[in-house]
Design a protein around this ligand. Sequence first.
Ligand code: FAD
Ligand code: FES
Length: 370
Amino acid sequence: MGTTAVAIFIISGVGAFLATLLVFAERVITNYGDIEIDINSGEKKFTVKGGGSLLETLNAQKIFIPSACGGRGTCAYCKVRVTEGAGSLLPTEEPYMNAQERAEGIRLSCQVKVRNALKIQIPESLFAIKEYVCVCEKITDYTYDMKQFNLKLVDPPTIKYTPGQYIQFLAPAYEGSPEEVYRAYSISSDPADKSTIELIVRRVPDGICTTYLFDHLKEGDRVKINGPYGQFLLRDTSVPIIFIAGGSGVAPIKCMLHEMKNAGNTRKAIFFFGVRTTKDLFLIDEMKNFEKELAHFTFVPAVSQPEEGSNWQGVTGRVTNVAEDYLKKQSDAKEYEGYLCGSPGMIDSSIRVLTACGIPEEKIYYDKFS
Ligand SMILES: Cc1cc2nc3c(=O)[nH]c(=O)nc-3n(C[C@H](O)[C@H](O)[C@H](O)COP(=O)(O)OP(=O)(O)OC[C@H]3O[C@@H](n4cnc5c(N)ncnc54)[C@H](O)[C@@H]3O)c2cc1C
Ligand code: FES
């Protein structure tokens, strides 16, 4: 055997040995064994295999924590109080914690790894959140990038939620996306029908969940959701309402309008619905029906960049500017409650407009589709 062949043999042998050592180390070092999780000072206790995130470990125990970004550490919805066992705050958590939260031991459950016995505190209301098996009953195409999904609940067969809330949809692994992910979607259904959940979803190019919903999910398929979550709820007052939404942000507002209709609510309400081009308009007939069914409801679709030749006869302009023009003409503008839904940018500029028109910030409610 020549010198070169011997060298290659030795190097390959050392490489193989190191690789085996790494696999062994990975198994031993990351084997945290059985770990106890104590929730709310003994209210619930269970033993789990360590190593996963606290969020996924709780999910596996059917304790569902809001996690709109699916555990990527960007939504900060998954906060829980950890009183023992989580170690110090991680750099990925730092930006989301104020001084009080740090002092109270609030953590992002998607970032905390289950390595030691943990004691955590979570609100009682989270125990009411359930997982639902559904059948995708109907898929409706609205525009080139907007679809509605009607999910018939199978197990359990009904759901209780408050209009404005959202569910988390579980997109299973599919070709090109090896892991299942959760994403948040607002409920757009008529709440009178407790056996169906309707979602309105905009396709995000290359998005994991929306690619599943648009390209893989078929009518008749079984899917899983959990919920309901959220505090974006219609307040029980009689003051006038200004709704502002962009694109799929119409979803929770549609649900609130159904609720107003069902309850015979006669509050004055105006809905500014913003889209970019006329090709992005949808649900117009449904909104016109709400105008007939609700005593004091007005619907104003606003197109910011109508295409040449589209013959758009309606309001043109950015939805926030259109809403501002309206409020400036109202002598009671500061009496309004604001309900906003859509992209973070649209919501931030709507808040600026509403507060500049005299609406106090504590009377402005929103869900950011971040
Ligand atoms: C409370 C709440 C309610 C929501 N309700 C709805 C709803 O009713 N209808 C709806 O369509 N969406 C809704 N969303 C947004 C939804 O949860 C997902 O974020 C969205 O569908 C994208 O998921 P994805 O897995 O396809 O994309 P991802 O794989 O998560 O993202 C792919 C890429 O696109 C970017 N991206 C993610 N989301 C967006 C976006 N919205 N616009 C532009 N770029 C984006 C990401 O930064 C990433 O780079 C809601 C979000 C929240 C927090
Ligand atoms: S799930 Fe979004 S930050 Fe944790």
